[in-house]
Write a protein that binds this ligand. Sequence first.
Ligand code: ADP
Length: 256
Amino acid sequence: MENDKIKDYLLVFSGKGGVGKSTVAANLAWALADKGLNIGLLDVDIHGPNLAMMLGAQDNEVISYGEDKIMPVEIRKNLFLVSMAYFIQRTDSPIIWRGPAKMKVIEKFVKDVIWGNLDWLIIDAPPGTGDEPLSIAQLLPDAGAVIVTTPQDVCLLDSTKAINFAKELKLKIHGLIENMSGFNCPHCGKEINLFKKGGGKKIAKEYEIPFLGSIPIDQKIVLSSDNGEPLVSAGDSPAKKAFLSIADKIAAGKRV
Ligand code: ADP
C-alpha cells in the first residue's frame, strides 16, 4: 500500500479556536464516508487533538508497521484516523513543542502513515495561520481548504486572515462554513442569534469564495461529540441536514 493513492486532500481550518473546526471535520468525514468514499482523517491539532474522542476512538491505538510506518485506526470500514492524541501519554498534559518539531511530526503523519487507497485525506489543522497549517500547505500544495467561522465580528476578522492565507498559498478553496449560526429555542421555538448570523456569508461574498452553508447551534452536536458519535451518524435535525448539504457540495468538488 502506497500513499500515492490518496486522491485529494482537504484542510479544515479556522482563524480562531473553538469555532467547531474539529466538529465539522468529524461530521464531514463521516458524511463523506457514508457516500461510500474512502476517507482518512488526520488530527494535527497538536495542542488540542479531539477527533479521537469525537469519533469514540480515544481508547484505540495506532499500530507501528515495519521500521517507521504507522497503521491508522479504523473507525469504520472506510474511515480511518490518525490523531496526535495517540502519541500523547496523558491527555491532560499540554504539548510544548517549537515550530520545527511540530513540522517534523506533521510531515511524518502525512508521509509515513499507511493510509491505503483514499478518496480524501481530511486534515484537522490547529486554529490560526501559524506553523502547522503553513507546513501542511507546503507539504501538500494541491490541498483543498475549508474554512470554518462563527458569525460574530471578532471571529470574522480572524477568518478573513485565514481566507487570505489560503489564497496566498494558492490552496483550492472549497468554501467557508458558518458554524454556530442561530439557535432555535426549544421552549418558545423562536430563533435566537446568539453569535449573530450571516457574517460568514457576507465575508465569503466579499472575498469571492464559495459559501458552503450555515450550521445552527444545537446541543445535540455537543452531546454527540462527547459521546463519540458524530451528529450525522444518527437521527435527523436541521444541523444534520446542514452538514449533509455541505458534504454534498464538497463531494461535488466545487472549487474557486
Ligand atoms: P475547534 O476545533 O474549532 O476548537 P470544536 O469542534 O472542538 O472547535 O468545538 C468546540 C465545542 O463547541 C465542542 O464542545 C463542540 O461540541 C461544540 N460545538 C461545535 N459546533 C457546535 C454547534 N453548531 N452547536 C453546538 N455546539 C457546537
